[in-house]
Design a protein around this ligand. Structure first.
Ligand SMILES: NC(=O)C1=CN([C@@H]2O[C@H](COP(=O)(O)OP(=O)(O)OC[C@H]3O[C@@H](n4cnc5c(N)ncnc54)[C@H](OP(=O)(O)O)[C@@H]3O)[C@@H](O)[C@H]2O)C=CC1
Ligand SMILES: CC(=O)N[C@@H](CCC(=O)OP(=O)(O)O)C(=O)O
Length: 347
């Protein structure tokens, strides 16, 4: 069995890691660190886990952590880059769910996250943990930067079009909606107050100001083989708990049919166990609720020669913890779907 530890285990991403890892066939959960919940049973933070474990949250113990084979870091941005080098030096494999190891370019990290990168040498070695694009690199990685939630949905929706050079990269718009759990458990503020959030939809950080904009741009540029690419990204907060729906638009370089593009997507994702391309309906968030799946649907508008691609994920599973476990499975040469093969809940 693989010994696994989690830092930041009492947050929403940490809670999903616990839920999924406790039933993973090849994993022994060795330690779960949280300052807020130290000494408490996991079930006190996550009542649904009460029956499955007697483990308690603990205060950080680097000795215990470095004895793990794999460590998941699920804290706020800016923490992992200080801890990861010690874990890597001790021989652990590290999967970071924050943004600390998502950018190969540390200037971009400084610009968007407001602090210099603490370990550029390890950052150079890190692999962007989107298995549908970087499976071969992840299989050999010691350090993985797990993608952001919106980037996962947007990149999976757009990558096949850019790889095949079918769209004008400067025409891409991403309009995405997220449930409130995307903001985390420890974030308090007026926007998350029930009476502000309920029966309300609001856009935020529009016009190139959201941190996920450079992440989406960097990966799509890599897929397209371009030095850089610019998108317009509009995130929205909507009154639900989990889920992201990304509606993406792009101008086609030449006329295409919906059927031809559906076939392109099916071919592109033929080795990707968690991506489902719909040909007879469009995705909605509920179909991916609680699962590691990404559902994709698309249509061509002949009048405008634009294609609209819609993708849906659960932000806490494919957008965070599930994807992190998918990465662990690849790094440890387990079956890619191990511990992750439950379908979404409906309704
Ligand atoms: N939520 C999401 O959909 C996604 C999140 N991420 C990233 O994952 C990382 C963790 O995010 P997320 O789990 O959402 O963040 P949370 O705010 O839910 O938790 C982060 C940490 O906050 C601390 N904390 C403070 N107060 C509380 C409290 N009342 N209850 C529980 N924990 C508390 C905990 O650490 P401690 O107790 O040790 O102080 C916890 O691990 C971030 O870097 C985020 O950007 C990435 C993709 C998606
Ligand atoms: C609804 C909501 O507030 N979502 C968050 C998603 C943040 C996140 O998970 O991003 P990182 O992992 O890159 O920090 C936001 O828009 O900031």
């Amino acid at each position: 069995m693989l010994n696994v530890g989690i830092v930041g285990a009492s947050g929403y991403a940490g809670g999903e890691l616990l839920r999924l890892l406790l039933r993973h066939p090849h994993v022994q959960l060795r330690c779960a660190f949280s300052g807020t919940y130290a000494g408490k049973l996991l079930g006190e933070a996550f009542p649904g886990l009460s029956r499955y474990t007697e483990l308690r949250f603990a205060d950080m113990d680097e000795g215990l952590l470095t004895s793990c084979d794999v460590v998941f870091l699920a804290q706020e941005n800016g923490k992992a880059m200080h801890l990861a080098p010690k874990l890597l030096a001790a021989g652990c494999r590290v999967i970071d769910i924050s943004a600390d190891f998502r950018f190969r370019d540390t200037e971009t990290y400084l610009q968007w996250y407001g602090q210099p990168h603490a370990c550029p040498e390890w950052n150079r070695e890190a692999v962007y943990g989107l298995p549908e694009l970087y499976r071969a690199q992840i299989e050999k990685a010691r350090l993985v930067g797990n993608p952001g939630c919106y980037p996962t949905a947007a990149i999976l929706a757009l990558a096949p079009l850019l790889k095949a050079n079918l769209v004008d990269p400067s025409s891409i718009l991403v309009d995405a909606k997220s449930g409130a759990s995307g903001a985390g458990r420890s974030k308090f503020g007026l926007d998350y107050h029930f009476s502000e959030l309920n029966e309300n939809v609001s856009a935020y950080k529009i016009a190139g100001t959201h941190r996920h904009t450079p992440e989406i741009e960097a990966v799509l540029a890599d897929v397209a083989g371009l030095p850089q690419l610019r998108i317009s990204f509009t995130p929205h907060l909507i009154p639900m708990t989990r889920g992201i729906l990304a509606t993406c638009y792009a101008q086609l370089r030449s006329p295409q049919t919906t059927k031809a593009l559906q076939e392109l997507y099916i071919e592109f994702y033929k080795e990707a166990p968690f991506v489902v391309v719909f040909t007879d309906r469009l995705p909605s968030t509920k179909g991916t609720y609680g699962s590691n799946d990404c559902h994709i649907g698309l249509a061509v508008d002949d009048r405008t020669n634009r294609v609209t691609v819609v993708s849906a994920i659960d932000n806490l599973v494919k957008g965070a913890a599930g994807q992190a476990i998918q990465n662990m499975n690849l790094m440890c040469h387990f079956e890619e779907t191990a511990g992750l093969d439950s379908g979404g809940l409906w309704p």
